[in-house]
Design a protein around this ligand. Structure first.
Ligand code: ADP
Length: 260
């Protein structure tokens, strides 16, 4: 087993998420989605994964969440790999995927109960967790409503609550604020900052550069399955002489449209 010493330097600490030389090519495609992609997210970071459409962000998130393996390369969550420690990782990793996986006919509480049981949480503990997480995303008063009656912003907040049920040490979020109203976005931002202040490591993908600038202590910009640049936003701006992340992003990834 690889020891913490052989991981890239993260101030001597085990990396929260670590990917080495990932290669992933989907069937019937001529370009790899990830091409020798490596990344380290340190414990306690609020890390932003940025890139244009098709850059490979969701593929990275899916691999880090154990939803699919890379064709080659190494993935570790707190120095554990999915092959040997799938159950252990399940207990420390939270995921809020881009596709909302909620059941419309079930109420908010029933949805969380379903996801909680998948984590092996039950009984009083489950009831308490559900109460806590609904409170956290300001949906407590809507607990008994079917999700079909929710606005998109409410669904996004519930999707986040589902990813928090196991009180994860490491939280992976795939564009959690895409297409939602300003109030829901603000609430999600504030609550994520609070979680991060309390020690949760966050990997956050977004298209919105202002979001990355506001939230992230470090970002990486990827394109065509490769890492293009990484560092704290302020350092990247200072070194590049760009006035904001949007300009830096376009400078690094080009202005060509990325329509699929
Ligand atoms: P992003 O999240 O940055 O938009 P993705 O990880 O979704 O990027 O996609 C990376 C590349 O892999 C894109 O070229 C996309 O078209 C391709 N891709 C993603 N999922 C699949 C799939 N299931 N089958 C075939 N190609 C895919």
């Amino acid at each position: 087993m690889m020891s913490a010493h052989s991981l890239p330097p993260g101030q001597g600490q085990t990396a929260a998420l670590w990917a080495g030389s990932l290669l992933k090519q989907y069937k019937n495609t001529d370009q790899p989605a990830l091409n020798n992609f490596s990344l380290e997210v340190r414990q306690g970071e609020f890390f932003g994964l940025l890139g244009p459409n098709g850059a490979g962000k969701t593929t990275v998130i899916s691999i880090f969440s154990g939803l699919m393996p890379p064709d080659s390369g190494t993935v570790r969550v707190m120095d554990m790999n999915f092959r040997e420690k799938h159950n252990e990782i399940k207990h420390i990793l939270g995921l809020a995927p881009q596709e909302i996986g909620l059941y419309n006919k079930l109420t908010a509480s029933e949805n969380l109960a379903f996801f909680g049981r998948l984590f092996g949480i039950k009984g009083k503990k489950l009831t308490e967790r559900i109460r806590q997480k609904l409170e956290f995303v300001s949906l407590a008063e809507h607990a008994a409503r079917p999700v079909s009656t929710f606005s998109y912003g409410m669904k996004r907040r519930l999707n986040l609550a589902a990813g928090l049920l196991n009180d994860p040490q490491v939280l992976v979020l795939d564009e959690p604020c895409v297409g939602i109203d300003a109030q829901s976005r603000n609430l999600i931002h504030e609550q994520l900052k609070e979680l991060n202040r309390r020690g949760t490591t966050i990997l956050y993908t977004t298209h919105y550069m202002e979001e990355a600038q506001e939230l992230c202590s470090r970002i990486c910009i990827m394109d065509n399955g490769r890492l293009v640049e990484q560092g704290p936003p302020a350092t990247l701006l200072r070194e590049s002489g760009m006035p904001n992340l949007e300009d830096l992003f376009l400078h690094l990834t080009g202005k060509e449209l990325r329509d699929p």
